[in-house]
Ligand binder design. Sequence first.
Ligand SMILES: Cc1cc2nc3c(=O)[nH]c(=O)nc-3n(C[C@H](O)[C@H](O)[C@H](O)COP(=O)(O)OP(=O)(O)OC[C@H]3O[C@@H](n4cnc5c(N)ncnc54)[C@H](O)[C@@H]3O)c2cc1C
Length: 386
Amino acid sequence: MDFQLSDDQKNLQETARRYAREELMGLAEDIERSGDPPSPEIVKRYAEMGFLGVNVPSEYGGLGLGNLEALLLLEEFAQISSAVAFPIFESCVGPVRAVERFAGEELKRRVVPAVCRGELQVAVSMSEPQAGTALTDLKTRATAKGDRIVLNGTKRWCSGGGHADGYVVYCRMSDEPGAKGIGAVYVERDTKGVSFGAPEQLMGFRGIPSSDIYFDDAAVPAENVVVPAGGFRKLMEAFDLERCGNATMALAQASGALADVTDYVQEREQFGKPIVDFQAVQLKLAEMRMQVDAARLLIHRAVCNAQSGLPSIAESSIAKCYANEIARQVTGNAVQLMGGYGYSKEYPMERRLRDAWGWGIAGGAIDIQKVNIAGAMVGRRFDQRK
Ligand SMILES: Cc1cc2nc3c(=O)[nH]c(=O)nc-3n(C[C@H](O)[C@H](O)[C@H](O)COP(=O)(O)OP(=O)(O)OC[C@H]3O[C@@H](n4cnc5c(N)ncnc54)[C@H](O)[C@@H]3O)c2cc1C
């Protein structure tokens, strides 16, 4: 077992770090003020720099690297902010990967290379007003009519809602109850019959627009089916990778906070000496460092055990759950160690705390990850309805 990155991986990480720190700090502040996501020009620039879809096979426009490389890059961007990292997240671990794995060739060729070129952003729309953790209760219906699929229903909490160009919409595609009737369809934003709710006002995640989506007899070509009814298990397998991306977004809030606060405690003086000289501060720093390292190792284990494939539900759930929990603690401690400055919007620290909280709800709340983990430990899925 080797815990060192290869020279190529270190170079990729260093390139991303330099770009993110030199080019994106000011942008992250602007986004926080305006709430607007990164502009199309910025996303195009990411593509030109080779940052989009690094783990997508080269025949679909990616760099064909592994999942670890994608997450190394993602952490560097997400340390600056969740919003500037979101296009990387979507292209490397987002729903476009379900399109690439499961859709027909025409849809793959239409969507995946355009995402890697920075011309298209794709969001995932699973949750509904009455179907959050109980996702298999979702009601949005997709009915085949000739060579069209017609969607009706309401979706909630879609990150990218109203902004993304395309949506992988989980929907009911047969009369079979529960998971068995669920599939997914790719829907373009401008499709007739698709409309969006008002932008959500969230605690964090500024610059990642979120909204309801309404489908009112919205018709798309039959080729837009990503997986038919019965494909829920496949969608969840692809989601095992997204879970590692979520974990990395959370980790980055913590690792970014730790880097900044380590500088801060050496500069800030009280009682005539740097506050790092107080043992209570030293103990906090050490605890934060252990948490960050452990979260990163768990994430890297999950993806290294499936470099070009999909991580297991157990390892991805452990990584997400732990990273989500420590991100809240580490960013909270970093705010505290910066005193009044930590609580001020002048510094990125309070934003990291707000974003860290969100990653522990998005993509499946923390406690349901624990249910997944316990299920994997005893070799069965716990039915939440019985
Ligand atoms: C920032 C953010 C971004 C999001 N982005 C997207 C997106 O892009 N696309 C999308 O489709 N959805 C998205 N979501 C929705 C997200 O997936 C759901 O919020 C999440 O699955 C929880 O569902 P819920 O909000 O309905 O909470 P509920 O399901 O009502 O759960 C509330 C709480 O109850 C507890 N709970 C419920 N059931 C169980 C159980 N069986 N065992 C243990 N505890 C349980 C948990 O503590 C949970 O936190 C996003 C949410 C947030 C906050």
